[in-house]
Design a protein around this ligand. Structure first.
Ligand code: ZN
Ligand code: ZN
Length: 328
């Protein structure tokens, strides 16, 4: 089968003919239709995340069809079913985290397109327990960005509780999806972009944000919560400074530059800083339940599999107008 392979971080992916995998116990063999490109793929390819499997097939927002079923697979999947394969690929089910409904923190977790092979290929294997059925209202391209930007964005959003005034720093793919849910649930949305990025600010107000401005500005009212989707550590003290007492800042990314120091007074009065790591299957269940009801709409730009490097380069340069989706 054809696959785009990372031999060494910092190098472009190479188109290769690799052996088609065989499903073992508990696994599905999936014929891949689409795979959306996530910022985390960039971090993996650029060597910003430690110890990837090498050589590696990246990609963890996979939409495909069950081609073959290994032994001991639960009956919720049949050959031909459409499945979504997310970032969380496997957990031990047995550590202190797994036993307390925090499988996203599992000590032994394996991650699709990072520590196990992912979706920049014609086929992949997936542990059936971690695959999702996908809502019918979306086609294979539209639904792909929901599998990480949507899911992990949703986990970040849920951490803000019932915050009425919600700030979002960085208005990329995840933010755009989560903003739609926040508006659907009646939150007042404040969007922060790169200073001077009028186009993105306009897009945010068109979507329904009550205010949009630069990340160097203070919002007209203090925020109950803020989510940071940009990987810029300096936004943490900025967001914290914009919070009411008891407010929360949620860092929604897997990788962020260092956070500069800030006065303790900005944390005082029970303000909270937290991060979001990975996802649980429960997050997926809830998200794929609410997303079609909103309905959350995705913006995509498609590329053939063999142009994955172009997609990554354009993502890195900020030149994409939607989530890049590879057509396999
Ligand atoms: Zn575990
Ligand atoms: Zn991702």
């Amino acid at each position: 089968m054809r696959a785009m392979v990372l031999d060494k971080p910092g190098q472009p992916l190479r188109l290769r003919d690799v052996e088609k995998p065989r499903p073992s116990s508990g696994q599905l063999l999936v014929r891949i239709a689409t795979c959306a490109v996530c910022r985390t793929d960039l971090h993996v390819v650029d060597g910003e995340l430690p110890d990837p499997k090498l050589p590696l097939i990246p990609g963890h927002q996979i939409v495909g069809y069950v081609e073959e079923i290994g032994t001991q697979v639960e009956s919720r999947f049949n050959v031909g079913d459409r499945v979504g394969i997310p970032w969380l690929g496997w957990t031990d089910g047995d550590c202190a985290y797994c036993r307390s409904k925090r499988e996203n923190l599992c000590d032994q977790a394996r991650f699709t397109g990072y520590t196990i092979d992912g979706g920049y290929a014609e086929f992949t294997l997936a542990d059936a327990r971690f695959c999702f059925h996908l809502p019918d209202r979306y086609n294979d391209v539209e639904v792909a960005p929901l599998l990480c930007a949507g899911l992990i964005g949703y986990r970040s959003y849920r951490k803000t509780g019932d915050a009425r005034r919600l700030g979002i720093y960085g208005f990329g793919n995840a933010a755009h999806l989560i903003a739609q849910i926040a508006l659907y649930e009646g939150r007042d949305l404040f969007v922060f972009t790169r200073p001077g990025d009028r186009a993105t600010q306009q897009a945010a107000t068109q979507l329904g944000a009550v205010w949009a401005g630069g990340s160097d500005e203070m919002p007209p009212q203090k925020l109950d919560a803020a989510i940071i989707f940009a990987s810029v550590g300096a936004l943490v003290p900025a967001a914290l400074h914009a919070l009411v007492k008891g407010g929360i800042v949620v860092c929604g990314g897997i990788h962020m530059s260092d956070i500069p120091s800030f006065p303790y007074a900005d944390l005082w009065e029970e303000r909270i800083i937290t991060s979001v790591a990975n996802l649980t299957r429960q997050d997926g269940k809830e998200f794929f339940n609410i997303a079609p009801r909103v309905p959350v709409k995705t913006k995509t730009e498609t590329f053939p599999l063999e142009e994955a490097n172009t997609a990554l380069d354009r993502f890195r340069a900020g030149e994409l107008s939607g989530t890049a989706v590879l057509l396999i």
